[in-house]
Ligand binder design. Structure first.
Ligand code: PEP
Ligand code: MN
Length: 333
């Protein structure tokens, strides 16, 4: 349920209403918009008399929210959330490109890729250290050493870093990682989501291979319900009957999620298609349909990449994609 307060409501009036909700066992989420203050009520609101609430002099309107996701709901928070990642803003008109290799492989590799993607306009560096591989015999990532190398690339370039976590046990290792990624395969690892909800880390949650948008939003809710509101969503393609592409990029997820939630949405055209030459057209389409950012895999030597070489762009190809995406964004202004 949400209660929209009238303009001119004093802080004291607001506070006493909040206290009253709390005595009813409800959690109250306050969203201060440009024109209105919205109180989002979380918990069992069945005991609240809507007509009585509406009759209060400071209340403009009251609405029940039928969706099971509350914190992420745009009705709770009308304006786009802008997530500040070590000074890099994402969402609400701030568009960013996250680029880097699927996996951190060596010092030379990550630093060289970091420098080239930065020169082409990427503002965040990605690199997997803990890799969720389908086969246990495939490269599993450099783990703690990989994170160390990523941090070295961060110190060298100043780019904030994004890396995937697979288990809450590894959280301490992510202390200096700016964005903790929850991969598609872990989207419903609820213990991991709860643990991230107790941190102040920016969390990027990728849509699961076969998950609906509602399920994605409920996973987001796990993090937000724990008190961490700094969440970014990522559409990375879903599994369909199509086999020419690795996944099927569901771009309609972008405008739909924008309606449903105030949180930023980035698109990963690399995992969505699995084919490097498909990355440019889909990155452009994602920018055109309103994505707040892109996540693109870039490798200095895709032919010899330890993971996802077929979908990785060379730094030169990435430079071209970044320029084309910038043109799309200019055309939209
Ligand atoms: C990744 O970003 O490297 C990754 C494994 O992605 P996804 O979880 O989308 O498959
Ligand atoms: Mn990958």
């Amino acid at each position: 349920m949400i209660a929209v307060l009238k303009q001119g409501t004093t802080l004291q009036q607001r506070q006493s209403l909040i206290e009253w909700f709390k005595t009813m066992g409800l959690d109250v989420h306050v969203s201060e918009g440009k024109y209105h203050v919205i109180l989002g009520l979380i918990g069992d609101t069945s005991r609240i008399d809507v007509e009585m609430l509406e009759s209060l002099s400071i209340v403009e309107s009251v609405k029940r929210i039928s969706e099971p996701f509350k914190n992420a709901n745009r009705k709770f928070h009308e304006e786009d959330s802008i997530i500040d990642i070590a000074g890099v803003k994402l969402g609400g008109g701030h568009f960013q490109i996250i680029a880097g290799p699927c996996s951190v492989e060596s010092r030379d590799q990550i630093i060289s890729v970091a420098k080239s993607v930065q020169a082409s306009g990427a503002t965040l560096l990605r690199g997997g250290a803990f890799k969720p591989r389908t086969s246990p015999y495939d490269f599993q990532g450099l783990k703690a050493d990989g994170l160390e190398l990523l941090l070295e690339a961060k110190r060298e370039t100043g780019l904030p870093i994004v890396s995937e976590i697979m288990s809450a046990e590894d959280l301490d290792l992510f202390a200096d990682v700016d964005v903790v990624q929850v991969g598609a395969r872990n989207m419903q690892n609820f213990d991991l989501l709860k643990a991230l909800g107790r941190t102040d880390k920016v969390v990027l949650i990728k849509r699961g291979l076969a998950n609906t948008l509602k399920e994605l939003l409920m996973s987001v809710e796990y993090v937000m319900a724990g008190g961490n509101e700094r969440v970014i969503l990522c559409e990375r393609g879903i599994r369909t009957f199509e086999t020419y592409t690795r996944n099927t990029l569901d771009l309609s997820a972008v405008p739909m999620l924008h309606e449903l939630t105030h949180l930023p949405i980035v698109v990963d055209p690399s995992h969505a298609t699995g084919i490097s030459r498909m990355v440019e057209p889909m990155a452009m389409a994602a920018a055109a349909c309103g994505a707040d950012g892109l996540m693109i895999e870039v490798h200095n030597d895709p032919m010899h990449a330890l993971c996802d070489g077929a979908q990785s762009l060379t730094p030169e190809q990435f430079d071209h994609v970044a320029k084309r995406v910038a043109k799309i964004r200019e055309a939209l202004q």
